[in-house]
Structure formats: structure tokens, C-alpha cells
Design a protein around this ligand. Sequence first.
Ligand SMILES: C[S@@+](CC[C@H](N)C(=O)[O-])C[C@H]1O[C@@H](n2cnc3c(N)ncnc32)[C@H](O)[C@@H]1O
Length: 337
Amino acid sequence: MTFARLAHAVETGALTLPDDLRLVCLEPNPDADPGMLPVRDITVQQTFKPAFDHFESLGLTVTTEATGAADVVHVTLPRSRELARGLIAQAERLAEGGLVIVDGAKTDGIDAILKFAKSRVAIEGQMSKAHGKIFWFSAADAFRDCALPVPAPVLDGWITQPGVFSADGPDAGSEALVAVLPKTLKGRGADLGGGWGYLTRHLRDLSGVTHVDLVEADRRALTCARLNLGEDRVSLHWADATTWGTPASLDWVVMNPPFHTSRTPDASLGQDFIRSAARLLRPKGSLVMVANRHLPYETTLASAFQQVQELDGDTRFKVLQADAPITSDKKTRVKRR
Ligand SMILES: C[S@@+](CC[C@H](N)C(=O)[O-])C[C@H]1O[C@@H](n2cnc3c(N)ncnc32)[C@H](O)[C@@H]1O
């Protein structure tokens, strides 16, 4: 939706963008379409791999860290306040006196960041549209004290950073999963959507486990994972877990899959993770996963695995185990606790 607000501001004449300018877009939404904009030279900074691939497939210049000068820098507001302020500071540095445009949903805190910006710079224009706002100002180094967040220790020495999933410490669902991890997991496996490494570290500590592949789309989370895990018996992959592949068939997959695309709840993403796990496993391999109780994963599990059981659960979470991915039309048995 973000470029829709920008396109609207341009179409209505509230904002003028000459078409030979250099535009940098910081962290646009994965489904945004820059084709809506009347600009030819667009560079996208994107740290979320599926979105990175999407923008690259559109033929745009895509980087994980924009450094070149720009005439206009567009910031898509993330939910994390620290990350939002850090991106605006980065936008000011890139724009070097040009225009900074901040664009975001009410639910991501656009009103609070507008208030904060007003306390520092003269806002030159603003518009409301699609449950959000867009505002712009001339870069003046007004946010120079707002650094981009860096990894830092939180609870129990875990290293995370603002903007990543569960930045304050371990996720309750992942803790529920760790509490019942089958000690029989052996050999090499993967943690799909491994975040900053909480599950992977527990998995690596199981005596029979030889290696863990942590697959994560968020580059910032992966940087934290490296600090939490070091190099011993883990490989970190900046990749889309729904398409990631490995030459070795895996003995197991453990995961706490995502259930949002951008801000929208989306069970199909978790279902794609399940199909990906089935594709990656050896014929007798196992998937162990945690999910919020209401998420509809059982049908997908039953169509991808020969046997599915609920290992544990309560009113909030369920921990599910699925064994032996289906490669032919074998019948699936679903065991209840
Ligand atoms: C529910 S969180 C779990 C994180 C971590 N495993 C934990 O237990 O704290 C899901 C993770 O999946 C990541 N993710 C979302 N979409 C992804 C994708 N297509 N491929 C890989 N990772 C993805 C998110 O960035 C997030 O870190």
C-alpha cells in the first residue's frame, strides 16, 4: 500500500517529483509496485529476502544497504520505533539536502513519528490515505542522533535488535516447543524461519544433532543469529524458506513459522513452510513445529505427511509432529493426544 500513498500525493499535485531524479526507497513493503511512480532511477534497500527477490525481478537496483546519494529518499515505516527513527536518519544522510518522504500505516505508528518529526524539522506536506499517512521534509540532519539499531544483549544474554521478530527475548511459542523437543532428533536438520537463533541453539545442543541449517529471510535477524550461535555446527542462510533447497536430504525440520505477510495475518505462509519442510526431508524424516492454536495447519500436514500427532499444547499454542513426508498416495493417520 505504501507506494499507493506516494502515487496519490504525486497525482493530486501535493508533491512534485521531477522524473529525472534519483529515488531511493528504504524497506518498501514486499508487494509494493514502484511502477506506480513517475520515476525512472529507483534504488531499493531491502533486507527481507523474498521482497529483495521481488524487486530484483522487476529489474530494479536492489541492495541491502543503500549508500549512494539521492535526490529523494522514501522510507516505509516499520513498526519498531527505533528502526523507524534510524531509517529516517539514514534517509537524511542519503538525501543530502534533498527530500525525505515518510510513509506508513496508522497501526505502524505514523502519527507518533510525524509528531516526533515535527519537533525537529519543518514538515513541508502531508496527506492521509488508506489508513495511513505520508509526509515529507527537506533533509537537514535533524535525526543525526537516531542511529540505526545494532545487535545488543537482551534477556538471558540473547542478542537481538529492534525490528526483528520477538526482539525483547524468546517467543513464548518457541519456548513451548523447546520444552517438548523430542530427544530422538538426530543428524542434520533445519530451523525454517529461524530468526535470531533461539530454536537453533537448543537444537544444536541436543546430543544426537550433528548440524543445523538456519534459514531466515530477515537479514538483521540473521546478523543476531550469527552472534548467538557462532560457527560451530550451524550454517546460516539468508533465504526464502518456501523455496530454499539443500543438496542433502534432512533428517528433521523444526520451526515456528511466520503467520503474517507484511501486517496481514496469512496462514498460507505457514502452510507453504510445511510443504517446504516435506520437500526437504528424507523419506523417514520428521517435522516438529509450534503454532498458535487457531492456525489451520492440520489439513496441510495431513496431505504432506503419512503421520501427524499433537505432541503438546494449551489454549494458546499447539506443538505438532509430522513424520514421513508423502511421496506417493500413502494414507495419513492423524493421532490425537
Ligand atoms: C514466528 S518467527 C520465529 C522466529 C524464531 N524461529 C523464534 O523462534 O524466535 C518466524 C520467522 O520467520 C521469518 N520469515 C518470514 N518469512 C520468511 C520466509 N519466507 N523465509 C524465511 N524466513 C521467513 C521471520 O523473519 C521470523 O524471524
